[in-house]
Design a protein around this ligand. Sequence first.
Ligand code: ADP
Length: 482
Amino acid sequence: MTMKLLSVASEIYPLVKTGGLADVVGALPGALAGEGIESRTLVPGYPAVLARLGKAKPVRRYSDLFGAAASLLAAHVGGLDLLVLDAPDFFARDGGPYGDQGGNDWPDNWRRFAALSRVGADVAEGSLKGWRPDIVHGHDWQASLTAAYMRFGPARAVPKVVTIHNLAFQGRYAAEIFPALGLPAEAWGVDGVEYYGGVGYLKAGLVSADAITTVSPTYAQEIRSPLHGMGLDGLINGRVDRLHGILNGIDTAIWDPSADPLVPRAYGGRSLGARADNRRVLERHFGLDRGDGPIFIIVSRLTWQKGMDLMADAIDHLVGLGGRLAVLGSGDHALEGAFLAAADRHRGRVGVRIGYDEILSHLMQAGGDAILIPSRFEPCGLTQLYALRYGCVPVVARVGGLADTVIDANEAALAAGGATGLMFAPDDPLALHGAIGRAIALHADRGLWQGMQRAAMRADFSWTRSAGRYAALYRALLADPA
Ligand code: ADP
């Protein structure tokens, strides 16, 4: 029999995306379909989402959802079966999904995402005619209260999964909001939503879920330690029998160098020469001088997590060794300024675009020689997976999903022809400098570099295996509810 899954998330590619979460939420339904799982995904009705809906059918109306009128719309977009929470008071705003154009979080995020989660629990309780999920899967803190509402309500027996895409974002609010959440008094406590005297959305999900997953095996281990546990390591260790590290996959139809409409010249492992044309377009785009040394790329949020402070400081070193750099990103204003200043200092060697540009990111992966990812922590990371597939050699910190997906070009791996990238540790300037130097030296040996590119392109990070693991987890939960 077909299993019915409700996913709840605050982003979904291609409708709304600020990071890897959207890619995963957008790709999973298709991958799970191959496992006989029928998914519907509940997302907020941001303007960008509503604009893409076309024919949408209201399937439920709310006259008072946390003080707002709202309706739930059912729609199909690009192969995705969506439930969209159309609540203009909460979601009809200019700016991003979580904050205004100036980057300030919306002050009522607690209410916006409590509303989303409440509706998720309603669907689990059977509020839609003719469709009731067998499993409910919430992604990150924005959807985590779904599990709590379910646990303290009539849908408590429906298995619930919470996935941590990034433990750094937890949805912590003052205790004063608790009465407005509409949870029973018993939900207040260490075994409920209470978290260090306030309300913790992710925490509430983690104690309420029947299974907790995170997006790589190494990150699943790391978050058990105080260094990476962000205050939740104690709780996670207490529930370690429920914890699973399942690596993210990538959508290999969207990210396919042999058939990508967003890159000037398609290529495969046997036609790497065609990358040179893409590289030329990349040079022009970023105002880089032509040259033989490698072009490093960065496609990233410009934040401390991503090690972008270390990176900005390493640019002079990179240029001094003959490298060039193309940067696409946005984030901390100070870091944006540091990258722009480096571009000024090194005209023709460093080009910087501040902003978010999905199309440009494809060209960069297709024309860059190596991608730099010096993250301090990285739950999974998708940019290195796209880079592997595009033969843009990843140079990464040895953390989280980066450690799980890149094979360092040490002597053994080079001898066996298995190296797919370069890894460094610890996350300090010296190690980063060393990795950049190593990449430039390896790049000078054309045969060896192309061997690495081909090995990288052969690595299979499609969703097939990971979807199988999610499906197995869902089946186990259904067979043996907690
Ligand atoms: P995170 O979700 O922590 O930001 P991931 O590597 O998991 O990091 O996912 C980032 C996703 O966002 C990738 O799909 C990447 O290509 C994309 N991305 C990040 N910054 C930009 C940008 N400035 N322009 C275009 N795409 C970006």
